[in-house]
Design a protein. Structure first.
Length: 202
């Protein structure tokens, strides 16, 4: 064995071009995915917080009398929790009109989250039986945006779920970015190790 070969051979044995390329390929999209999830999470969280705030303040909005003009059960098929899974949703949608500051307005929101959603058409239809066309209802009107009104105040469960989901995306995205930064710093330290201390008196 030639001099110096014993120092180079272990490095050559532990290095493989495919593994190095694979690690680089895996590292490249990680910060982009993390940034996308973080931005998406921040947006969703902001929407959820806005819904929670409006739901809490809606009870203080001016109240006027409105009238139900139409009702409908709308069926939607949504993506389930697992790939390929589907779940059915039935929304009890209603329309109403009301007068505010001398002008006629039209509304369709039952609460801040929109329309109530159910897992069966029967339950959605039962809900709408309480609001037949022509029924007089109390409408809470946003004084700053008179076209924005609701029939029910309070924070809907959907607003809390949206806020929690946004916070989860933000946490996962931020975690991916932090993980990538730490791995990058570690590789730099390995590639540029600090100089070994010189023996005293050398």
């Amino acid at each position: 064995m030639q001099p110096g070969a014993s120092h180079e051979l272990p490095l050559l044995q532990n290095w493989h071009p495919k593994s190095a390329l694979a690690q680089t390929a895996l590292d490249k999209p990680r910060p982009l995915i993390g940034l996308f999830l973080a931005l998406l999470g921040a947006f969703i969280t902001a929407v959820g917080i806005d819904m929670v705030r409006d739901g809490s303040e809606a009870s203080k909005w001016p109240k006027v009398t409105g009238e139900i003009t139409a009702t409908e059960v709308v069926h939607k098929t949504l993506q389930g929790a697992s790939p390929g899974a589907r779940k059915q949703q039935y929304r009890a949608e209603l329309s109403y009109h009301y007068d505010f500051d001398g002008r006629r307005h039209a509304g369709s929101r039952f609460h801040i989250g929109g329309s109530p959603a159910f897992h069966s058409a029967k339950r959605a239809e039962q809900f709408l039986t309480e609001y037949p066309v022509g029924t007089k209802v109390v409408v809470f009107v946003n004084p700053k945006l008179p076209d924005w009104a609701v029939l029910s105040t309070g924070v809907p469960a959907a607003a809390k779920s949206i806020t929690a989901m946004g916070a989860l995306f933000l946490l996962v995205g931020g975690g991916l970015i932090v993980q990538w930064l730490r791995a990058r710093a570690s590789r730099r330290r390995l590639a540029n190790p600090p100089p070994s201390p010189q023996p005293a008196g050398s």
